[in-house]
Design a protein around this ligand. Structure first.
Ligand SMILES: NC(=O)c1ccc[n+]([C@@H]2O[C@H](COP(=O)([O-])OP(=O)(O)OC[C@H]3O[C@@H](n4cnc5c(N)ncnc54)[C@H](OP(=O)(O)O)[C@@H]3O)[C@@H](O)[C@H]2O)c1
Length: 314
């Protein structure tokens, strides 16, 4: 149904999962997968040139400046400027080039800090996101308005999906940039390898979250590319609630860390409950079924191998 599919951000974490999923779903399509080295979308005119050179009929836009909470705190201007520029320019270039379908992802952190769990898509504009990552998350959510505006004025077909807390192979394990699961995996493996008797975890361990395996997110993308023609965003998550304490214990078990986990309750817990509502996803006949322990086993196996080969982002 598509002859040429352009994937930006193909060299990143989710690109490593989504490109093979697209290849399986659209075997006859010419898949053009690019990272920043092939095209720096921050450069003036770069997005227009990329679209003119590749002439895709569908674009899966994953290119973004993404990172963990610490890096977001240190560089909010970079996160804001780069994401707003990359998204606005790439989306507009795709429209001008006559692309039939544009699909992109934004993050669950764009929801208001005071969103009530389970967080449904209709809560997106009910308040300001968490301040620490607002540069990133406000810039990212602007694309929802761009998607709606171009559909109304030009009939341009674009889709914005909202994966929750994604984890899996090819993630970033650099501790200043990593999300919670890769950071925990790395710390627990290093503690195991040093033979530490204990490890300190922050807070009470009582807050709850839901996590989604990257392979499950990737598996939904071809369906949205083929079947979903709406600017109403859709949460992509497991919808399964797990406490941070259970998560830490599961990571310890999976990596084989046999020491004691000590909870430093003088440290803040953060938001107590943050779960994504997946009713809309399920109403489309989709789900993210990989159990957390199974996804963690795959991620840990990949990390151990990639660390050995020196191919992981540390
Ligand atoms: N990871 C998550 O938990 C999560 C959750 C929800 C939504 N998302 C969204 O999913 C998308 C992909 O995220 P990810 O985790 O795969 O990110 P990632 O691992 O950081 O990969 C980012 C990708 O964007 C490319 N890129 C960065 N700056 C660029 C630029 N100036 N020009 C062109 N390409 C550039 C990178 O290229 P190089 O490799 O060459 O640097 C890389 O391919 C993003 O839109 C992100 O916001 C991610």
């Amino acid at each position: 149904m598509y002859q040429r599919i352009l994937v930006t951000g193909a060299t990143g974490f989710l690109g490593h999962h989504i490109v093979p999923a697209l290849r399986r779903a659209f075997p006859a399509a010419d898949l053009i997968a690019v990272g920043r080295r092939q095209c720096d979308l921050l450069q003036p005119g770069a997005a227009d040139r990329l679209l003119a050179d590749t002439r895709p009929d569908a674009v899966v836009h994953l290119a973004a400046r993404s990172g963990g909470i610490e890096d977001n705190r240190l560089r909010p201007a970079d996160y804001f400027y780069e994401n707003l520029t990359i998204n606005t320019a790439t989306f507009h270039a795709a429209f001008r080039a006559g692309v039939r379908k544009f699909l992109t992802l934004m993050g669950g952190c764009s929801y208001p800090a005071k969103a009530v769990s389970p967080i449904g898509e209709d809560q997106m504009w009910n308040g300001f996101p968490q301040m620490e990552s607002a540069g990133y998350s406000v810039a990212k959510k602007v694309i929802l308005v761009q998607s709606w505006a171009y559909r109304v004025q030009h009939g341009f077909n674009s889709v914005v999906l909202i994966p929750g807390n994604v984890y899996g192979e090819y993630d970033n394990f650099n501790l200043t940039q990593a999300h919670v699961i890769p950071a925990l995996i790395r710390k627990y493996i290093e503690a195991r390898d040093r033979g530490d008797a204990d490890i300190v975890a922050w807070g009470t361990g009582r807050p709850t979250r839901d996590f989604v395996y990257a392979g499950d997110v990737a598996a939904t993308i071809p369906w949205f590319l083929a079947n979903y023609d709406s600017s109403e965003p859709v949460n992509i998550s497991s919808g399964t609630r797990i406490s941070i304490r259970e998560l830490a214990e599961t990571v310890a078990r999976v990596v084989g860390f046999h020491g004691v986990i000590r909870w430093d309750t003088s440290k803040p817990d953060g938001q107590m409950d943050k779960i994504f509502d997946v009713t809309r996803l399920r109403s489309l006949g989709l789900s993210c079924p990989t159990p957390l322990e199974e996804g963690l086993r795959r991620t840990v196996a990949w990390f151990e191998q990639a660390r050995h080969e020196g191919t992981v982002r540390l």
